[in-house]
Design a protein around this ligand. Structure first.
Ligand SMILES: [Zn+2]
Length: 280
């Protein structure tokens, strides 16, 4: 089940009202320093920010949260509310598309938003030492890395092969979808979604620290950003007991839960186009 932005906002309104003290769900004695806001609160905050972005109403990423005063305020220490592992694609800047300011997001980026050792270490730092309780693994529509890996019959050149080897199963998924008659854009959309889920699972599979954190209430949430609508669709959070999607053999697509056939909700056409320049 996907969670459109507005549904999440409504749902979270109830959750916010009913939510007990965030520390009550700790399953372990795992020490967390300076624990941040609850993951549900943060999902609501990011969803609201994404809606502002999609409709051309950014506030927090503009003024005053990117101003010199904010810069001075946080120079002595950071307290980001969420970590975002996303693609290096120039069209997917997390602070803008979630409308967050300086110091709000702890960001790991690489082509294809793949889970790899340096990124894992970065996220372990964010969770262990910065108190982050929400990790979003954000893929995006028309991802070049996903397209390259999905369509590659052989090993990709150079270090692209390092990306490719961390996306096992995408090629098989794309071939299966194409055989089933899906249009090329649908095939890539399915691969993007699968990759976000796979990489989120790989975070837990590759990091006992993150796995323990999830058992203690941290949420790792795959998501997909739509380049055209500007909207982020959040997917179900990864369970601490989740197995990596592919170890050795390609995963069986049929066993992967509901078919990703829903397109992200499109926003109505904004009355005014978003300002093209942000003065960066
Ligand atoms: Zn990409």
């Amino acid at each position: 089940m996907k969670i459109p932005v507005m549904s999440l906002l409504l749902l979270a309104g109830c959750a916010l009202a009913a939510e007990p003290a965030p520390a009550a769900d700790h399953a372990t004695a795992h020490a967390q320093h300076a624990q941040g806001p609850s993951p549900v609160d943060t999902l609501v905050r990011l969803s609201a920010g994404n809606a502002r972005f999609a409709y051309g109403k950014r506030t927090r990423s503009a003024k005053p949260d990117a101003d010199p005063a904010r810069r001075a305020e946080i120079a002595g220490g950071q307290h980001p509310v969420a970590a975002v592992m996303t693609c290096a694609d120039s069209r997917v800047p997390p602070e803008l598309l979630f409308d967050q300011g300086l110091g709000d997001l702890f960001v790991v980026r690489n082509a294809g938003n793949v889970a790899e050792p340096i990124g894992l270490g970065s996220l372990e730092y964010g969770v262990e030492h910065l108190g982050i309780r929400l990790v979003v693994v954000l893929g995006h529509s028309s991802c070049g890395a996903v397209k390259a890996v999905s369509g590659a019959a052989a090993t990709l050149p150079g270090h692209l092969a390092d990306i490719q080897e961390r996306m096992p199963g995408l090629r098989a998924l794309a071939q299966e979808r194409a055989r089933a008659g899906d249009a090329p854009d649908k095939v890539i959309a399915a691969a993007v979604e699968r990759n976000a889920e796979d990489q989120a699972r790989a975070l837990l599979a590759g990091s006992p620290v993150l796995k323990t954190a999830v058992a203690g209430g941290v949420l790792v949430v795959p998501a997909v950003y739509d380049l055209e609508s500007g909207l982020v669709t959040f997917l179900p959070a990864i369970d601490a007991a989740a197995k990596p999607a592919a170890e050795g053999a390609n995963p069986a697509p049929a066993a992967h839960g509901p078919a990703p056939t829903q397109a992200p909700a499109k926003p109505p056409v904004p009355a005014k186009a978003p300002a093209p320049a942000h003065g960066h």
